[in-house]
Design a protein around this ligand. Structure first.
Ligand code: URA
Length: 250
């Protein structure tokens, strides 16, 4: 029964001569269920979390201002800065390569064909933009979707490191070889880097974060035979997430 007006409902029962309510649960038992200590702890925890989220948002906005002032040649030819999408309180952070045409128009990473494929694959392990944070190594679209060059990557790299420090995820997932090589400081290609457990290290900020690398979805679109390998990598990521209990409720 859906009671929208409790007052008239009580009046109606009074009208019928019913003045007592007999519940199967005793009143004192109902009261006992609410532990005031737990409640206060819960409120404190929520307040702390609210503070943390607010401070992250401020830091991301400050980072955005710094990036907008960067001296990067891509800035002059791109339509929009592409900084992030997803949940900035997430424990899992994905880092791709550079925005493409759709991302440039929308100002959000991974919203084109490759992004749709990534979203679909992530949904198989219960990940979505509600429980991950996603960004790129380079913040503007390289003309014609070419691979960003060394100079463009090195201009953006310190800001991606700052970005990681702000989000402070418990798991980093590098999407494709540009992110994997540069953030793991490796000379190896993605075929060698993927499928292994890595630690991202930022000595300057005393950060060590579990990291994995996966094929870029654009590569999978050209080489669908590698989808099985991607599936294996996603299963390993899923196992890490579950065994460390790092997926927040949506
Ligand atoms: N490829 C990327 O690496 N990033 C995007 O945002 C889109 C395509």
């Amino acid at each position: 029964m859906n009671i929208t007006n409790i007052k008239s409902f009580v009046e109606f029962y009074k009208f019928l001569g019913i003045t007592d309510c007999i519940s199967q649960v005793q009143r004192n038992k109902m009261k006992l269920k609410v532990d005031p200590k737990t409640n206060i702890q819960e409120i404190k925890k929520n307040k702390k979390n609210e503070k943390k989220i607010k401070s992250k948002l401020i830091s991301i906005n400050n980072l955005k201002s710094l990036i907008l002032d960067l001296d990067c040649n891509l800035k002059d030819v791109a339509t929009n800065l592409v900084l992030y999408d997803g949940n900035y309180d997430a424990n899992i952070m994905f880092i791709g390569e550079a925005p493409g045409a759709n991302e440039d128009i929308n100002g959000k990473p991974f919203v084109g064909e490759a992004g749709k494929l990534l979203d679909k694959m992530l949904s198989f392990i219960n990940l979505s933009r509600n429980n991950i944070y996603i960004t790129n190594m380079v913040f503007w679209r390289p003309p014609g979707n070419r691979t960003p060059n060394e100079k463009e990557i090195s201009v953006c790299l310190p800001y991606t490191k700052k970005h990681i420090k702000i989000i402070k995820p418990k798991l980093l997932v590098f999407v494709g070889s540009i992110a994997a090589k540069n953030l793991l400081d490796s000379k190896e290609g993605i075929t060698k880097i993927r499928g292994k457990k890595h630690i991202y290290e930022d000595k300057e900020n005393d950060l060590k974060i579990e990291a994995r690398a996966i094929f870029h979805p654009a590569y999978l679109m050209r080489n669908p035979i590698e989808k099985k390998t991607m599936w294996d990598d996603l299963l390993e990521i899923d196992e890490f997430i579950n065994s460390n209990n790092i997926l927040q409720d949506e």
